[in-house]
Unconditional design. Structure first.
Length: 167
């Protein structure tokens, strides 16, 4: 039975990865198992074979992360992991890699005009605040742009532009 290879679902530009060599995978498994006693496994050779088959489904970076002494499963598990725990660790790391790639692809949305971003009513001044009277006077001037303030009748104050407070 062929197991499906890891393939990120939300990244259409992702190319299929090259499977890792058997020797490299065996070296990573040896590194992983060196953190535990060999006699903790009933049949260590069969265990290595099963883990090897599962590691072939993932890119090299994921296998490295899962078997690394600092970030890997041996740093998180006190007892020797089962094949299912190793696969779960690979799937978890694959999901993290996919999430990072997805969020990295998003464009950072910044205000195009920083000065304009300060022009809208975005700071609440309550009726008990010492600046309240000054803000009301400014809001009642005919030349004041209506977008720079709004009354909050429910809370009994006024929302003003942050630049009013600063300046």
């Amino acid at each position: 039975m062929d197991m499906p290879q890891y393939q990120p679902t939300n990244l259409p530009q992702t190319q299929p990865f090259e499977p890792c060599s058997e020797a490299w995978i065996n070296g990573r498994i040896a590194l992983l198992l060196s953190a535990y006693r060999r006699d903790d496994y009933q049949n260590p050779d069969l265990f290595v074979s099963q883990v090897s088959e599962n590691f072939k489904r993932y890119p090299k970076a994921i296998v490295e992360f899962v078997t690394d002494p600092v970030t890997g499963i041996q740093a998180k598990k006190q007892w020797p992991p089962s094949v299912a725990e190793i696969v779960a660790a690979c799937e978890g790391q694959a999901a993290n890699v996919e999430k990072i790639a997805r969020y990295s692809a998003l464009q950072m949305q910044r205000p195009k005009d920083r000065a304009r971003a300060l022009n809208w009513a975005n700071c609440y001044v309550g009726s008990e605040a010492p600046q309240y009277r000054k803000m009301l006077d400014k809001a009642n001037k005919p030349e004041t742009d209506r977008r720079e303030y709004r009354y909050d009748e429910e809370r009994g104050g006024i929302w003003v532009s942050l630049k009013w407070i600063w300046g």
